[in-house]
Each structure stands twice: as structure tokens, then as C-alpha cells.
Design a binder for this molecule. Structure first.
Ligand SMILES: [Zn+2]
Length: 255
């Protein structure tokens, strides 16, 4: 896409030339120029990626987390007329990265206990869903720092790259005796096979929706467990009643 400043400059020129009191004929602009204008209205907060080792800039739309917006996240330009809605929405879902922080329990507006991801996809609808290209998920409870899902053209299959909290991931792989702690999570990746890269796990899965909802239900189970676990803190923090591994919430060494 061409740079927003250049598109903005073009737009300013066009508007300045248009001294007519008649409405500006936006829909008669060439599609390419319309798309550049939409881009100015639909892109989320630019993220320079400087903290993540020079990854390309992305635009983040926070769906759940610090700013709850669910269906309200669609930009105002999508509500003007049918054609503009169609054109702007397809760009909106294609070009933004949608972020979800699973740690949103205190936000009672979330319609718990629905399956998380499929519920959101149901709200945005199938045609918008097919335009999704990148979704990022964080879950402090699951020690998932960043689960990046990329779709390509083949929704619901996609590629998952999982980055767990540093110490946790390291323990999983470097110290085999700690492996059981995240077994439940790794199992979900094992279903379709995974590769371990540096600092992340990568999996290609047939149904991303199912996978994300599974993680969501894991989190709900862990959060819902208040049984006393005898070994908690001693490396055997498994609740037999709930069938979940419990995690210490504090950061640092695991033993
Ligand atoms: Zn329990």
C-alpha cells in the first residue's frame, strides 16, 4: 500500500480544488484512490515493532483487553453506505492485526462463558472472517506471551506461532523435568505437529478457531479451580478434580 502521507496529500489537493457546494463525488474516484483514503480511516494504532527485533510495522486493533470493543471496533467510514461499507470493511479486516488479551475477566461485558474466538467470528460474520490475516493473543494466566495466528487465504486453517513467557518456555525445553507443566498446552500443538524455533513453537492447524477456543477453555478451567493442591509450588501443581495444571502467577524461577 502506498504511504498514508502521500494519500493524504492527494486527498487534500482534491478537496482544495473542489470548490463546488455539491457533495464530493467520492464513489467516482478510482478504486485505488478510494482504497488509499479508506486506509487513512481504518488502520489501527501503528506499531513500529521496535521492541520485537525489527519486525515489519503492523496496525493493532485491540478487540479484548485494555479496551473492550467487540463489534464496536468497526470504523465509522464503514457506516456511510453499502458500497463504502463493503470496500472499507474488507480492507479493515485484511490489513489490521487484531489483538486479544485473554486476561479480560474483570470486564463483565464479555459474554462469558461462550467459546471466545468462535463467538467473535460469529459477530463479525463469515465474509469478514475470510478477510482476516493476522490475530494475536496474549494470556498471562496461560503464560502465553504472544500467540500469532496468520491465515493466508485458507481460513479456518492457519499458522500458529506461540511465544510463551521466557522462563516458562525455557524450562519446558531445557529442563525436561519441568515439561509436564505445560503439557496441556503442548498437546494441542502436537495434534498437528509443531516445530520449535528459537523462542517460539510453530504449528499449522486445520481449524484455528477450535484451537483458540481450547486455549480459552483451559484458561477458564484454571481460573475456576480453587481446590487446594498439595504440591502447589513444589513442581506437582496438578489439580486432579479439574484436570488442569495450575501455575504460579509470580514470575521468576519455577522451583
Ligand atoms: Zn481444581
Amino acid at each position: 500500500m502506498s504511504s498514508p502521507p502521500r494519500a493524504r496529500a492527494k486527498l487534500v489537493t482534491i478537496v482544495r480544488r473542489s470548490r463546488s457546494p455539491k457533495p464530493f463525488p467520492f464513489l467516482s474516484l478510482p478504486a485505488e484512490l478510494r482504497n488509499q483514503i479508506y486506509s487513512l480511516c481504518i488502520l489501527g494504532r501503528p506499531h513500529d515493532g521496535s521492541s520485537s527485533g525489527g519486525t515489519p510495522p503492523t496496525n493493532l486493533i485491540c478487540v479484548v483487553g485494555s479496551r473492550f470493543c467487540l463489534g464496536d471496533h468497526q470504523p465509522i467510514v464503514t457506516r456511510i453506505n453499502r458500497q463504502m461499507r463493503h470496500e472499507a470493511l474488507s480492507l479493515f479486516y485484511r490489513e489490521n492485526v487484531f489483538t486479544f488479551n485473554f486476561d479480560c475477566d474483570r470486564d463483565t461485558r464479555w459474554p462469558y462463558p461462550h467459546d471466545f474466538f468462535s463467538h467473535w467470528l460469529g459477530i463479525i460474520g463469515p465474509s469478514n472472517t475470510r478477510n482476516l490475516r493476522c490475530v494475536k493473543i496474549a494470556s498471562p494466566v496461560l503464560h502465553v506471551r504472544n500467540l500469532t495466528i496468520t491465515f493466508g487465504d485458507s481460513f479456518p486453517s492457519g499458522k500458529l506461532a506461540l511465544e510463551m513467557a521466557g522462563d516458562f518456555f525455557e524450562n519446558t525445553w531445557i529442563r525436561p523435568e519441568q515439561r509436564q507443566r505445560s503439557l496441556w498446552l503442548l498437546e494441542t500443538f502436537l495434534i498437528n505437529g509443531f516445530e520449535a524455533g528459537e523462542g517460539e513453537l510453530v504449528a499449522r492447524v486445520e481449524d484455528v478457531t477450535e484451537m483458540v477456543d481450547l486455549l480459552w477453555r483451559f484458561q477458564k478451567k484454571i481460573e475456576g479451580c480453587s481446590h487446594p493442591v498439595p504440591g502447589l509450588g513444589k513442581g506437582t501443581d496438578y489439580c486432579e478434580k479439574c484436570g488442569v495444571w495450575r501455575f504460579r502467577r509470580t514470575r521468576g524461577t519455577l522451583d
